[in-house]
Design a protein around this ligand. Structure first.
Ligand code: SAH
Ligand code: SF4
Ligand code: F3S
Length: 493
């Protein structure tokens, strides 16, 4: 397969035919898949219900699961009381995430008592972490499937229907589900998520992901671009390229498949450019960037294309070099600061957000103050903030003691949250009076009289609907008139 159809809206190359053929097939299948979700007559003999927890990649995986299940005769339902099988696609990142799933399983236990034939399946990271132990701990669970084994779901459901407990938690070095066309569940029809890689090779000592998701592998570039083209054809206006560490995307083709004018290896910067070229009307976002891997090439591609959103999620985790070393993040405080400076040099208007962990093993007040001062330096627009939660089997759990008392962790986290609130408000205040191109995602949560959309730098903006014919999925220019710490308020120009 060549990369020849990369820019179908600019040039009609031969391979375009291939894309269009696939698209017609996919749309037909997706039409059916949507039916049960929109309450139209069912075309499936059985129904499944799926609930997702954790990161965007897990939500994206549920759409792959839905596709696999549709193909084997299961239609999706939003009402679990009418389902033949219910799935929880689970997260293990912090202890609390697992507790939430356990609570939900207790609720399903009650339903199963009144509906004995109901099958309960646990998918995702918790399934992978606990494996068949989960069956011993949670007796109502019938099926346990890890993130790389979703193709075996139809067979496992059959086994479970026959009264067997069914488990597949094999991790793979190759599986990317590249050929599977996700069924968009709960989508707003404007923004779509496209998984570009799986797994993670970075052994951050606090993190369970390398154990639950396995080795890093990059998805075939052709299938990524095709999926983005399909989304655009279906009316989507924004794609977010997903991976635990998107900047280490690296796809190589077999020699035999190479055609002369195409590169043999595709980096993330190249992929980004290919997707940006699909159409200037298709916005491109990506997440997550590891500070050690984001290159100047990526930053230059971002600066070059108006439709690549000027926003980078660049998790720092801690502002102390000593703690960063214990975390095995492979950069220092100064190195991170230089990266932020570089981003601002190449893309002056770029939004930057972060993930921060409070109270990692041995963290002192000085280390904590380093985190606060690095937050100030980076002037984050937004942060996701957590206190450290020790995870079984991780390097930190094996090597270090989780020795920061809980009340200290919580107090430090609160200081981090307070500072971020201040930084977010300041960031929003800097935008007062400015004009932005906004992609409308839908009605504002509070009022149908207002639209909600996003700026390129990923800020949510709410503004009154005008008399003009404007719809969800349109781009409009909006002037910022007011703000809270979380939201910009504006008016259509
Ligand atoms: N791949 C992404 C992060 C994925 S997990 C990256 O490297 O940036 C999302 C976030 O959860 C992490 O950035 C980290 O801040 C947080 N996290 C991960 N493990 C954690 C733990 N054991 N305790 C608390 N927070 C954790
Ligand atoms: Fe976890 Fe680090 Fe990989 Fe992110 S980069 S998923 S924090 S191991
Ligand atoms: Fe959670 Fe797994 Fe994502 S642990 S954060 S669902 S990769």
């Amino acid at each position: 397969m060549s990369f020849g159809y990369l820019c179908p809206f600019k040039s009609l190359e031969d391979s375009m035919l291939e894309v269009l053929t696939t698209k017609v097939h996919d749309e037909a299948r997706q039409g059916e898949a949507y039916a049960p979700l929109t309450g139209e007559p069912l075309q499936y003999s059985k129904k499944f219900y799926i609930e997702s927890y954790g990161c965007q990649m897990n939500f994206s995986d549920s759409e792959i699961v839905a596709s696999i299940l549709n193909d084997s005769g299961f239609g999706a339902t939003r009402d679990f009381t009418e389902a033949d099988v219910v799935f929880l696609n689970t997260c293990s990142i912090r202890e609390k995430a697992e507790q939430t799933v356990r609570k939900r399983l207790t609720e399903f236990r009650k339903i199963k008592q009144t509906k004995p034939g109901l099958l309960v399946g646990v998918l995702g990271c918790m399934a992978e972490r606990l494996k068949s132990k989960l069956l011993e701990e949670e007796h109502l669970v019938d099926i346990v499937v890890g993130p790389d084994a979703y193709r075996s779901l139809p067979g496992l459901i059959e086994e479970a229907e026959g009264g067997q407990k069914a488990v597949n938690v094999l991790l793979s070095r190759e599986e990317t589900y590249a050929d599977i066309s996700p069924v968009r569940l709960n989508s707003n029809g404007v923004s779509g998520f496209v998984s570009i890689m799986r797994g993670c090779n970075n052994m951050c000592t606090f993190c369970v992901v390398p154990f639950t998701r396995g080795r890093e592998r990059s998805r075939d570039v052709s299938s990524i671009v095709r999926e983005c083209c399909d989304l655009f054809e279906q009316g989507y206006k924004e794609v977010t390229l997903l991976g635990q560490n998107v900047d280490s995307y690296y796809f190589t083709q077999d020699e035999g498949q190479l055609s002369g004018q195409h590169p043999s290896a595709v980096t993330f910067a190249m992929l980004l450019e290919m997707v940006a070229n699909i159409s200037p009307l298709l916005r491109v976002r990506f997440s997550t960037s590891h500070p050690k891997d984001i290159t100047d090439d990526v930053l230059h591609v971002m600066a070059k294309y108006n439709n690549i959103c000027k926003y980078i999620h660049l998790p720092v985790q801690s502002g102390s070099t000593r703690i960063l070393q214990l975390m095995n993040r492979t950069y220092t405080r100064e190195w991170y600061m230089a990266k932020v400076k570089r981003i601002r040099e190449i893309i002056p208007e770029c939004g930057i957000s972060s993930d921060i962990i409070a109270g990692f093993c041995t963290e002192t007040e000085d280390d904590h103050r380093d985190t606060l001062s690095l937050m100030e330096y980076s002037a984050y627009d937004l942060s996701y903030m957590f206190f450290y939660s020790e995870r079984p089997g991780t390097l930190a759990q094996r090597r270090y003691t989780d020795d920061v008392p809980e009340d200290v962790k919580k107090r430090r986290l609160q200081e981090i949250v307070d500072l971020q609130n201040k930084l977010s408000r300041e960031s929003n205040e800097r935008d007062l009076g400015k004009e932005f191109e906004v992609l409308i995602e839908g009605n504002s949560k509070k009022s149908d009289a207002d639209w909600m959309g996003r700026t390129s730098h990923n800020k949510v903006i709410v503004f009154a609907k005008s008399n003009r014919e404007i719809n969800k999925g349109d781009y409009v220019n909006v002037r910022v008139t007011d703000c809270t710490k979380a939201t910009l308020l504006g008016e259509i120009i």
